[in-house]
Design a protein around this ligand. Sequence first.
Ligand code: LMR
Length: 335
Amino acid sequence: MQTLAKMLLVSLAVCFTPLALAQQPIVIKFSHVVAANTPKGKAVEYFKKLAEERTKGAVRVEVYHNSVLYKDKEEMEALQMGAVQMLAPTPGKFGPLGAREFELLDLPFLFDNLEEEHKVTQGPIGRQLLGKLEARGILGLAFWDNGFKEMTANKPLRKPEDLKGLKMRIQSSKVIDAQMRAVGALPQVMAFSEIYQGLQTGVVDGQENPTSNIYASKFHEVQKYLTMTDHGYHGYAVITNKKFWNDLPPDIRSTLEDAIKDATAFFNNSAKKDNDDALEEIRKSGKTQIITLTPAERLAWKRAMVKVHQEWGKKLGEDILHGIYRETGFDPNKL
Ligand code: LMR
């Protein structure tokens, strides 16, 4: 018995020697709300790989996919409390933080293609938006551009007026709320993790997301129609707890910053293919009818929704919105 007690004491003493303590890895909990087999899930895993390899194990990244640790809204609170260290929410989720400028990126038909998205989010306007988080104890590290949201419902949506009276699930974004009301839909804020059941039980009639999220979370199994509207930007601001990040050893911090840069390139270079592949899988499943719009039909959606730009540009930051227009050449008055 004495030998066992001695062994226990020795092993405990070893655990707390400076060397052993010094070898304790820095743990980064990275939580997000969508499935692992999505552009965001893959990029978070790639960041984990780079971070652990390049710090030679000094950092351990614990990845929590699919809202298993925190769901929408909870995750932002957890980050501010330091219960998690990294997130990658969509711009529509920064309202509760008071960073409502991010919702400018939710304005419908703001971008016409991925290149325009990158021009804004990866340039000075993206950096300006990320900089606004610092006063709230959060550091914006990057934007991951996931292409465009599409509309799904259990009735065909070919014209904007087809949305009239439909209960449409939205993120907690006042701009997306206004977008849906502009075409007569009834917006319902709901956490991403609750969408499948909400669609299955009829609590909501439809939702908007990129095809990679639709497929990975099996929304196509409970939605008869998918309309390729490409009506809204879908992307993520990769964020961290400011105190955590600034307290990191400088060499670790710069290694992680490089890993973020490479994970951002990985995401932005692979998301389009992931969304295209997801659309093909949805088509092959035969579970939902895919509706593509003619240019004239898409223009009708644009004209019906773009009216929210003026009101919400004024409320959220006309200077930023006009900066986006300058970068993309978009003029809502010339539709
Ligand atoms: C949503 O809530 O629909 C999206 O923000 C989910 C995501 O993170 O892509």
